[in-house]
Design a protein around this ligand. Sequence first.
Ligand code: ATP
Length: 275
Amino acid sequence: GAGARQKAVKKPELLTFEDIGGQDRAKKELVEAMDFLNRVDEIKELGIRPLKGILLTGPPGTGKTLMAKAAAHYTDSVFLSASGSEFVEMYVGVGASRIRDLFKQARTLCAKEEKSSAILFIDEIDVIGGKRDGGQQREYDQTLNQLLTEMDGMHSEDHPRILLIAATNRKEMLDAALLRPGRFDRHIEVDLPDRKGRLHILKLHAANKPLNDAVSLELVAEETYQFSGAQLESVMNEAAIYALREQAATIHQHHLSLAVDKVMMGEKTDREAAQ
Ligand code: ATP
């Protein structure tokens, strides 16, 4: 409805690659792509296709949104974001016109903020870009077609330049049309963090919290196999809540252990309890 439209564009937050824990390879690949973006003239000289779309793939909560924001900061670009689900509407054509609006907004915002480029982040791209099967027409085919049309109309000499970053955790579901050269032809995997990555993420989220000197975040990193960044953020937050409950001035190891258990048991039950 009208509410979703309001939410389609969010203000950028000043987020850098340093604020993202782990993901060393993904960060490196993204920085390389961004450096590539900055060398428009050379790229034109060499006849290289301009970079239009980057696809971030990986499980939920691993930092794909953070990566897109950091990329915008790194390139001094305007940042706009939307989620695939915001384009699914009952009425034919509404999704497509929202896509048009998003590109228009990117250009307007660039002019207003005197930026020469915009990064347009589309989360859950699979919602609009899922495989189209044969003759079966879906309402949101028009949305996908509009996105492809916008991308095909982008050129390296455009001012401002627009780069699309899309995220999905179901890459195999995407329509081949999206992945073709000149569209989302660069893929970066944003996987669950390894132990070292988890430690890094825990440290980032512990920075504003009073940790007891005896606490070992290394131990927490070991206990949180297959946790996502979002879950690790939850662990730190829940640990602080346990400390508060016990009126402890600092967070102790047992608060962290309780928090790990709680997050492992599932955030779904938490959310239900909160409602
Ligand atoms: P989704 O696919 O569910 O949208 P996502 O991959 O886009 O997830 P983010 O929205 O970027 O994940 O991350 C959610 C939150 O989890 C972040 O705001 C941050 O607090 C925390 N987080 C996730 N990954 C990291 C990371 N690598 N470093 C630091 N914090 C992280």
